[in-house]
Design a protein around this ligand. Structure first.
Ligand SMILES: Cc1cc2nc3c(=O)[nH]c(=O)nc-3n(C[C@H](O)[C@H](O)[C@H](O)COP(=O)(O)O)c2cc1C
Length: 326
C-alpha cells in the first residue's frame, strides 16, 4: 500500500439510506468515519426547530463518533449559518460540503455538483464555512461537471487553500451520474497535488477493489456507498484483506441476524409503521443473491408488520441452513 498510515474507511453519504440505524451497523463492522445524509442549509435554517424531518436527519448515536454533518446549498450565508448551528452540536466532529450531488432538483438551484461550475463561489462558500466552524471541514466533489470541464485538480487545490482539511472525490463527472467506470487514476493525480487527506470514492464493491484503488492512487482513504448496501461487512472485510488476512464473507446467519437488528433499530428510530416501509429496500439488499430472494422480496414488499418481516427473514435462514449453505 502506498500510503503510510492505515487508510480511512468512510461510509459515503446516501440520502434516504444512511440514517443512524444503517450508519451504526457500518460503524460496528469497521467504518472509521460516517457522514449524515445531505441536509439543505437553507431548509435547516428556515425550518422550525421542532421540524421532525430535520430532527431525524440530525439524530445520531454516541457510538457514531466521528461523524460529519453534510450540508448542501449555494448561498454562503445560509451555509455558514447551518455550519455554525451544526458545529454547536457535540455529536458532530466536522462539516462536509456537498459539491457532488448530480440530482437536477439540487443542481437546478446551483447547489451540489453545480458548485464545480463556479470555483470562485465555491471558494467564497468554503471560506465562510471555515470562519463559521472550528471543527473539521471537508468537501465531497466529482471530477467536474462534464468531460469538457474536468476541473477537479483546481477544485482540490482551491479547497485546500480555503481551509478544507479533507476532500472526498467521486471519480466521475456530474454528467456521468452513476454510469460508466469511476476514473480512479484522476484521484491519484489529485493526491499528488494537495497535502490534505484525499478520500477516493466510486465503484469500491469488494476488498480487492479497495486494494487495487489504494495501490493505483495512494489515496488516504476510501468512501463506499452502493457497495455497502445490505453489506455493512464490507468495511471489516476490506480491513482484514489489507492486513493480509483471508477475505471472510458473512455467513447466512450473520446476514439474517444483522437484518433483524437493522429492523429493530429502524423501528426504534421511526416507529413500526414507517420502519416496515423503510426496511423493504434494505432487506432486499441483504437477501440479494441468496436462494429464493425473488420470492422473499415479493413477500417483503407486501408485509405489514415487523413480525411478518422477521418471519420472512427467519424462513430464508432455514432454507440456507437446511441446504448446508453458509
Ligand atoms: C441513493 C443514493 C443517495 C446518495 N446521496 C448522497 C448524499 O446525500 N450526499 C452525497 O454527497 N452523495 C450522495 N450520494 C453519492 C454517494 O455518496 C457516492 O458518491 C456514489 O454513490 C459513488 O460511490 P459508490 O460507487 O461507492 O456508490 C448518493 C448516492 C446514492 C446511490
Amino acid at each position: 500500500m502506498s500510503s503510510a498510515r492505515e487508510p480511512i474507511l468512510i461510509l459515503a453519504p446516501m440520502a434516504g439510506i444512511t440514517d443512524w440505524p444503517f450508519r451504526l451497523l457500518c460503524k460496528r463492522q469497521g467504518a472509521d468515519e460516517l457522514v449524515t445524509e445531505m441536509i439543505s442549509a437553507m431548509g435547516l435554517i428556515q425550518a422550525p426547530r421542532s421540524s421532525r424531518t430535520y430532527q431525524q436527519l440530525l439524530e445520531t448515536q454516541p457510538e457514531e463518533t466521528p461523524i460529519y454533518a453534510q450540508v448542501f446549498g449555494h448561498e454562503p450565508g445560509y451555509l455558514a449559518d447551518a455550519a455554525s448551528r451544526l458545529s454547536d452540536m457535540d455529536a458532530f466532529s466536522g462539516i462536509d460540503l456537498n459539491a457532488g450531488c448530480p440530482a437536477p432538483k439540487v443542481t437546478g438551484s446551483g447547489s451540489g455538483s453545480s458548485l464545480m461550475k463556479d470555483i470562485r463561489l465555491s471558494e467564497t462558500i468554503l471560506r465562510a464555512l471555515r470562519r463559521a466552524t472550528s471543527k473539521r471541514l471537508s468537501v465531497k466533489f466529482r471530477l467536474g461537471w462534464d468531460d469538457d470541464s474536468r476541473n477537479a485538480l483546481d477544485y482540490a487545490r482551491m479547497c485546500e487553500a480555503a481551509g478544507a482539511e479533507q476532500i472526498c472525490v467521486h471519480a466521475r463527472t456530474r454528467m456521468q451520474q452513476y454510469a460508466g467506470k469511476a476514473d480512479w487514476g484522476a484521484v491519484g493525480e489529485i493526491k499528488q497535488a494537495v497535502n490534505i487527506p484525499v478520500i477516493l470514492n466510486g465503484d469500491i464493491f469488494t476488498p480487492q477493489d479497495a486494494k487495487n484503488a489504494l495501490l493505483k492512487t495512494g489515496a488516504d482513504g476510501l468512501a463506499m456507498g452502493r457497495g455497502a448496501l445490505g453489506n455493512p461487512w464490507l468495511f471489516g472485510r476490506i480491513k482484514r484483506v489489507l492486513a493480509g488476512e483471508e477475505d471472510s464473507p458473512p455467513t447466512a446467519r450473520e446476514i439474517i441476524d444483522t437484518a433483524l437488528t437493522h429492523l429493530a433499530l429502524m423501528a426504534r428510530f421511526k416507529g413500526e409503521e414507517r420502519a416496515v416501509i423503510e426496511m423493504r429496500k434494505h432487506l432486499s439488499w441483504y437477501l440479494r443473491g441468496s436462494r429464493g430472494a425473488a420470492q422473499a422480496r415479493t413477500r417483503i414488499n407486501t408485509a405489514g408488520s415487523m413480525e411478518e418481516l422477521a418471519d420472512i427473514l427467519k424462513g430464508q435462514l432455514l432454507v440456507h441452513e437446511n441446504e448446508g449453505i453458509r
